[in-house]
Design a protein around this ligand. Sequence first.
Ligand SMILES: [Zn+2]
Length: 312
Amino acid sequence: MALVSTKEMFEKAYNGGYAVGAFNVNNMEIVQGITDAAAELKSPVILQASAGARKYANSIYLVKLVEAAVALHPEIPIALHLDHGADFDVCKDCIDSGFTSVMIDGSSKPFDENVELSKRVADYAHEHGVVVEAELGTLAGVEDDVNVAAESAQYTDPDQVVEFVERTGVDSLAIAIGTSHGAYKFKPGTNPHIRLDILEEISKKLPGFPIVLHGSSSVPQEYVKIINANGGALQDAIGIPEDQLREAAKRAVCKINIDSDLRLGMTAGIREHFMAHPEHFDPRQYIGDGRKYVKDIVHGKIINVLGSENKA
Ligand SMILES: [Zn+2]
């Protein structure tokens, strides 16, 4: 199977009551950890690159790494997606260089400007067989170049979604219903929750239309503990409970973005390795342990959050 777009993935996910995981990739070991887990569980998967990832690794490396994963795992559908495209040019660049899906993030702009920008990207993408995700509403939190204070975050207004989708022609829509970017989402003792009622309202207005959730890491405490027990100093923080994400996945949510949890896994594996083997200096040994935890986390997400096992 070649690299695919998310069109068919989302149709099946919508009708099957599950979601496809969109995991951020920055290097070879992360690509391997994610796709090894997805292949073992026969799950479709979306690999996504942010602006920060493209700056760190170079877009050409990322495209080629993902193509290698596709060649090694022909039995599962794999899509390559641009996460948070900031303007038309970065989306065009990715469309021209082999991405099968792009996100244009005009969510910080006024409604009409967001419509205009998202439509321009959608028109260009569709001419090239690429699908487009846009965003309406704003999430709090920090993700690479995206930084939104909690007080400026806004839930998506269900009364705007039909007009937005009709005017732009986008293929999926990221909405803000209580998730948040980054590993420090919520303080312990708070009660983070997804507004499933807003999701229901939106999906009633857009029947059959795929919805996307950003900022959906759960900040697994077992990995935070490993990091802090091995010389780390992460603050206490909690994420979105996995059972709530599972509920969203059963509804119109077809794509769930997960980044921070993989970072925690990679860091936990490397820290644990160095504490146990301070004499080691071969990167294959310690990054290999990080890769193992990335794979374990994706495995858990597919089973407990996404429900996408055996859907390839
Ligand atoms: Zn995001």
